[in-house]
Design a protein. Structure first.
Length: 285
């Protein structure tokens, strides 16, 4: 009687990292549509700010130079509100990292035979796509402003907004990974991201660095120029408005905005991948 030959059991094949990233991104999108309050929080508040500040400051909003004297504050504030929506989405999207850690889902992903970058890519990609969706909804309000945006300009605007969303969501991932409480996460995000947005030319123009200017104005100009979010807002502004409407304020060239925004997104994503290799040991420890 011949003995049955026993073959060693084969270990299941590891899933594709790209499939894992796509699955995690889709999970973020499904979660977003199931939590409709996030739409109100991420879109409603910036739109409310845009309307209230635009209605309250349009009479006092004046910039020197021909062409900008008649521009309303609603028109000036519009690019900054688009970036603010991306920022709010980054906060709501990356807070799910803390929730997944509490529920045990994150631990199950980390012990799976997949590279960490696929998990980071899925989280960041899902949050970025949600930000793009909300930004497109707000972009419909551009029809109420004197903006002429062709198909080529729209494609460039979507690409720049996506790079900005990846950068801000990756930055939120870096902060959320080392946090244990949602309260501490909100405090750190408001302390880190809101000043970056305020000092980006979104709410008020970058002050010129003129000879003989006060040291505070020179310092503010330098801080706003080294702020990477400044180039996200400036790129959106250049894609939306004509060159004649930007003559009186400091706005970097569109190519510079693209380079800085792409480098910002790459650096933040690499930082998120590196920090994901570490275990969390408390808030910012």
């Amino acid at each position: 009687m011949a003995e049955a030959v026993q073959t060693p059991s084969q270990a299941p094949a590891a899933p594709s990292p790209w499939l894992v990233a796509a699955t995690l991104a889709w999970r973020e999108i499904v979660r977003f549509f199931r939590q409709r309050s996030r739409v109100v929080g991420a879109v409603g508040q910036p739109v409310l700010f845009w309307l209230l500040f635009g209605a309250g400051l349009h009479r006092w909003f004046r910039l020197g130079g021909e062409g900008l004297a008649d521009q309303s504050f609603l028109a000036y504030y519009f690019p900054g509100t688009l970036v603010l929506i991306l920022l709010f989405t980054a906060i709501f999207a990356t807070i799910s990292i803390i929730e997944d850690r509490r529920e045990g889902f994150l631990q199950s992903v980390l012990v799976a035979p997949i590279p960490r970058w696929s998990m980071v890519l899925g989280k960041v990609l899902g949050g970025s796509l949600i930000a793009m969706l909300q930004g497109l909804l707000f972009l419909l309000l551009a029809w109420t402003l004197p903006i002429e945006l062709g198909w080529q300009g729209l494609a460039g605007l979507l690409g720049l907004l996506f790079c900005s969303a990846v950068a801000l969501t990756s930055l939120g991932f870096v902060l959320a990974w080392r946090m244990e409480s949602t309260q501490g996460f909100h405090a750190i995000m408001n302390l880190a991201l809101m000043p970056m947005w305020l000092l980006s030319g979104a709410f008020f123009p970058v002050p010129p660095a003129q000879t003989g200017a006060a040291w505070s104005q020179l310092a503010l100009h330098a801080i706003m120029r080294i702020n990477p979010v400044t180039y996200c807002v400036a790129g959106v502004r250049r894609l939306l408005y004509d060159e004649s409407l930007l003559a009186a304020i400091w706005v970097p060239q569109l190519a510079t905005c693209w380079i800085v925004t792409i480098m910002f997104a790459l650096c933040m994503f690499v930082a998120a991948c590196r920090i994901a290799r570490r275990t969390s040991a408390g808030d910012l420890l």
